[in-house]
Write a protein that binds this ligand. Structure first.
Ligand SMILES: Cc1cc2nc3c(=O)[nH]c(=O)nc-3n(C[C@H](O)[C@H](O)[C@H](O)COP(=O)(O)O)c2cc1C
Length: 209
């Protein structure tokens, strides 16, 4: 698959996982792609926790459901009705979960390029996630990023040390298909903005509208 095809075919998947196993060689190609991401000071501050244990996934799913309810309680009227129809995770249906973490001490104490912008370490982890996401798309797999959780809860569930930050819980696996339009757009929650509204020339200008 051409890189632009992968970029434009990629979707956040919740409802289309089949649960079929991921061949080991495919999984490792996807993880190698994530591990090949650029990182500030070549710190490679990520780790990947592969979660197969159904009991852990069930416990996390229960937590996500309670966070979903907490968010739903902040909504009213049409937004509440729209949100009620939106699925926010495929934790139980997907084949595997991959939790991507950030270690701010990796490559320290003098991480080249991070002295002025502490978040550069976190940006690096997000690039690993995006590499994983695109590689998975090229392999015909789906990925769903779940962020309806509290970090201390996830740390406790996976024995992640205090100094390490969980950045993403990713649901991964074969899918029936990838939708051509994002779920949130299909459900009328929000629409994508046109590129023109995101491009500024020479100086920041408040976007029109
Ligand atoms: C940092 C991050 C967190 C996200 N968290 C969730 C989530 O908890 N549940 C969910 O259903 N989608 C989540 N998404 C997916 C977005 O809703 C999705 O990327 C967006 O609607 C655009 O759709 P697309 O990825 O299919 O293009 C997350 C995406 C990102 C980048």
């Amino acid at each position: 698959m051409d890189i632009y095809d992968a970029i434009h075919r990629r979707r956040d998947v919740r409802g289309e996982f089949t649960g079929a196993p991921i061949p080991r060689d495919v999984l490792y190609r996807v993880l190698e792609a994530a591990h090949a991401a650029p990182s500030v000071g070549l710190s490679q501050p990520w780790d990947f926790v592969l979660v197969e244990d159904p009991a852990i996934r069930r416990a996390f799913h229960d937590h996500v459901q309670s966070e979903r309810a907490a968010f739903a309680a902040t909504l009213a009227g049409a937004a509440a009705e729209r949100f009620a129809r939106i699925k926010v995770d495929g934790i139980l249906e997907s084949s595997l979960s991959v939790v991507v973490t950030y270690d701010p001490e990796r490559g320290g104490p003098a991480v080249l390029g991070r002295h002025a912008i502490a978040d550069a370490g976190l940006y690096s982890v997000c690039l690993a996630v995006q590499n994983l996401w695109l590689a998975a798309t090229a392999e015909g797999l789906g990925v769903g990023w779940v962020s309806f959780y509290r970090e201390p809860h996830l740390r406790g569930l996976l024995n992640i040390p205090e100094t390490i930050r969980p950045v993403a819980w990713l649901c991964l696996g074969p899918v029936t298909h990838l939708e051509s339009v994002p779920d949130l757009e299909r459900h009328g929650w929000r629409r994508r903005r046109a590129l023109d509204t995101a491009v500024h020339r020479d100086r920041w200008r408040k976007p029109a509208g």
